[in-house]
Design a protein around this ligand. Structure first.
Ligand code: GYE
Length: 326
């Protein structure tokens, strides 16, 4: 694409030899027209792993070079990765910010270097303008609202006059945590049947979901909780193992509402152990690379792109083959 291409290919080969990249030696034989630097935030959930695979597959499909760094849940590592992409002069930087704040300096550096940035999956909070070109990811507020609307429908169907809700939240200050919480609270707000009795953070991790569930039962007792609203499937599946061990019938004694839609969660919905799965697709790679392609063709890209999403619940016909996880 540019004069520095040869340099980038040499660096990519070096990077591959050192084991940090996802490209194969064969692919390096033909020069790639575009190099994308991708900072993934971690590998905390099945969602994240599927998301990484989707980015790798899409880069391959488009014939783009992908320099990927995984930050293992550390913001500092993401900042380092972005700096290294700037040093390599990649064509586009894509990253999934673990939390919303603290990116201004490194993004100003990218801007000064003339490298466009696409936010994938999560948003940032900034007062600076034009620090990123586009955002591709879910509308987490709408996801939270769907979860709340489901609960209202469920309470109607059960004729419940009061329900105690405990929330297991994702990583504090991350976009899905903030917006799934806000959307849910707004949807149930003013409905006197509901009391949110607790909210604890499980960091989107399955092991933490287990820990949170144990803590919630210890604090509130099995009769003190009617609903668990969990911000992702990994934490929900962790919580489920605790409920099973305690002989608590999830799906009946405690209503379980979860977000993501991975295979295991959908099969637990079909088994009656989870009541509602709000979908959030990890397959964003195709949309990201399509945007990169358009940028490469000189289009000025700007804006927010949300994939279409819905939900599966115990009100649906769960034998329908469309009820499927990723
Ligand atoms: O819901 C969760 C993951 O940011 C949408 O992060 C993503 C969330 C997803 O760890 O499973």
């Amino acid at each position: 694409m540019k004069k520095r291409n040869r340099m980038i290919i040499i660096l990519l080969s070096l990077c591959m030899i050192l084991g940090g990249c996802t490209k194969t030696a064969k692919e390096d034989e033909k020069p790639t027209s575009v190099v994308v630097g991708f900072s993934q935030l971690g590998a905390e959930s099945s969602w994240r792993i599927a998301n990484t695979k989707s980015m790798e597959a899409a880069a391959k499909e488009y014939g783009f070079g992908l320099m990927m760094e995984n930050a293992n849940q550390k913001q500092g590592k993401q900042i380092d990765a972005i700096r290294s992409f700037i040093a390599y002069q990649v064509d586009v930087i894509v990253f999934s910010p673990i939390v919303e704040n603290g990116w201004d300096n490194v993004l100003k550096e990218a801007k000064r270097a003339g490298i466009p940035v696409i936010l994938m999956d999560r948003m940032i909070e900034t007062t600076e303008e034009n620090l990123y070109t586009a955002y591709i990811g879910a509308d987490f507020y709408a996801e939270g609202q769907r979860a709340g609307e489901y609960l209202k429908r469920k309470a109607d169907a059960l004729g419940a006059d009061h329900m105690n809700i405990a929330e297991i939240s994702g990583t504090i200050d991350s976009t899905p945590m903030r917006d799934r919480q806000r959307g849910f609270m707004d949807a149930i707000c003013g409905d006197e049947r509901f009391t949110v009795i607790d909210s604890i953070c499980g960091d989107f991790l399955r092991s933490m979901g287990e820990e949170c569930m144990r803590e919630l039962l210890k604090k509130h007792g099995r009769d003190g909780i009617d609903v668990i609203y969990s911000h992702n499937d990994s934490m929900t599946l962790g919580a489920l193992t605790v409920l099973e061990k305690e002989g608590i019938q999830s799906g009946k004694d405690i209503i379980l509402i979860t977000v993501d839609g991975e295979k295991e969660a959908v099969s637990q919905l079909k088994a009656g152990k989870i009541n509602c799965v709000v979908q959030c697709t990890p397959n964003l790679g195709g949309d990201v690379m399509q945007l990169v392609e358009r940028m490469k063709n000189g289009e000025a890209i700007q804006g927010v792109f949300h994939p279409e999403e819905g939900l599966f619940t115990d009100f649906d016909d769960l034998t329908d083959p469309a009820v499927e996880g990723f």
